[in-house]
Design a protein around this ligand. Structure first.
Ligand SMILES: [Zn+2]
Ligand SMILES: [Zn+2]
Length: 215
């Protein structure tokens, strides 16, 4: 059974997910650790639980989801894995964040291995399937575990919300198609773990998401 530890990191309050099972092998989805003792909090947890990190995954490459990638690379020697389509994102190589009152510099770490639609990520007894869910960004991925009935949707689908589509490469129609064809095709009891705020389920979003009532 998959264990899921959620950290809420950086001023954008991004959800960083650490997944592991009884084998103690782990993956991290969207490491946003950046300020204060966030990095220490994360590495202390990994150490205390005796986990071995196997993969660093990104649902997409917006700064709030990748701020901790350098730390993970330096600490655990793992490069992030994500969809190639997000690499053309302007400003990514500059690594400068200027967001509201929050300014910081980070060094982007680039993938050596990319993830495509239907790609499988294995660790321990567990497996995640990558679902290409573009629209919030061209390379947006969701990570699905059928066995554990959960999906990590990044900024594509939120509890009672959907991702914004006014940023680089965003496309509203594409986002709606991704949600309708990929995410809403999953069983209703699948728990949705989004990139921000609380979890939900596919069933709940199908019936109560005000942005998706019409589809
Ligand atoms: Zn985003
Ligand atoms: Zn985000």
């Amino acid at each position: 059974m998959l264990r899921i530890k959620v950290f809420v990191f950086n001023p954008v309050r991004e959800n960083t997910y650490l997944l592991y099972d009884r084998t103690k092998e782990a993956v991290i989805i969207d490491c946003g650790a950046c300020i204060g003792n966030e990095k220490k909090q994360l590495s202390d947890f990994i150490h205390e639980q005796g986990l071995t990190l196997k993969h660093v995954l990104n649902t997409h490459l917006h700064f709030d989801h990748v701020l901790g990638n350098k730390f993970l690379y330096e600490t655990y020697g793992l490069k992030p894995e994500y969809h190639l389509a997000d690499e053309a994102m302007p400003g990514l190589k500059d690594g400068i964040v200027d967001f509201e009152s929050f300014t910081c510099k980070y060094d982007a770490v680039f993938a050596e291995q990319y993830i495509e639609d239907k790609g499988l990520i294995s660790f321990g007894d567990s497996c995640l399937e990558a679902l290409s869910t573009p629209g919030h960004s061209p390379g947006s991925l969701s990570f699905y575990s059928e066995k554990d009935a959960c999906v990590f949707t990044g900024d594509a689908l939120f509890r009672f919300g959907i991702g914004r589509t006014d940023l680089w490469g965003g496309n509203y129609e594409e986002l709606i198609q991704s949600i309708k064809n990929k995410l809403f095709a999953l069983p209703g009891n699948t728990v949705v773990y989004p990139g921000h705020a609380e979890a939900s389920t596919i069933g709940e979003e199908k019936t109560h998401n005000p942005y998706l009532k019409r589809i």
